[in-house]
Ligand binder design. Structure first.
Ligand SMILES: Cc1cc2nc3c(=O)[nH]c(=O)nc-3n(C[C@H](O)[C@H](O)[C@H](O)COP(=O)(O)O)c2cc1C
Length: 193
């Protein structure tokens, strides 16, 4: 069983999502001692923006990294994603990763019936950190709603959100939000896949 752990916060040690995504990954490791964990820090080890040169595979090193990113995603049973709320959406570093895993013919396809996700069967845990308070259905939410949509498009139906929000309101808000998020961590699967 393999868990892929991604972080994308630019706030280093002050990051809410880094703290919580590490807690989620640790819970999974406790539940499954033989679990393989692969980690990528998309902030310190970013994936280049997808450009025409990327699509043309003009840079061999970039193409090799893109192939590795796809293989890593496809082979993961669980994907834990630290996803801060930046400017109403996700960090561009995380979007750059999504641009490498949302690939026609690999993780989705179109046929005469429309789009079909090809990456089903995984569990995705989105760790959401938000300075403000947006709840479940704000029209300003292009972060969680986007991630739910894009992974759903890829065929993944098992998507859970761990959320700490209002963290910019005050130190107390931040501490309370972190405690509530820790108390809400989803249970790891009991049986290894
Ligand atoms: C570049 C940047 C943009 C942000 N934009 C927003 C925003 O649009 N709305 C909001 O509520 N908080 C915003 N915040 C606050 C973050 O959502 C908050 O710091 C949260 O903790 C981010 O997760 P992190 O701590 O893991 O980075 C922003 C923070 C940064 C650094």
């Amino acid at each position: 069983m393999k868990l892929l752990h991604l972080d994308s916060s630019a706030l280093g040690a002050n990051s809410v999502t880094r703290e919580l995504s590490a807690a989620v990954a640790a819970r999974w490791q406790e539940a499954h001692p033989g679990l393989t964990v692969e980690y990528r820090d998309l902030d310190s080890n970013p994936i280049p923006h997808l450009t025409g040169r990327s699509l043309a595979q003009a840079d061999a090193a970039e193409a090799a990294d893109a192939a590795a990113v796809m293989d890593q995603f496809l082979s993961a049973d669980v994907v834990v994603i630290g996803a801060p709320f930046y400017n109403f959406g996700i960090p561009s570093t995380l979007k750059a990763w999504i641009d490498r895993v949302a690939v026609a013919g690999k993780t989705f396809k179109y046929d005469e019936n429309g789009p079909k996700g090809l990456a089903g069967g995984k569990r995705v845990v989105v760790v959401s950190g938000r300075g403000g308070i947006y709840g479940d259905s704000s029209p300003a939410d292009f972060q969680e709603a986007y991630l739910r949509h894009v992974f759903g498009f890829l065929g993944i139906t098992d998507i859970e959100i761990v959320r700490a929000e209002g963290v910019a309101y005050s130190d107390q808000h931040r501490a309370d939000a972190l405690a509530a998020a820790r108390a809400s961590l989803p249970e790891p699967l009991r049986a290894a896949a």
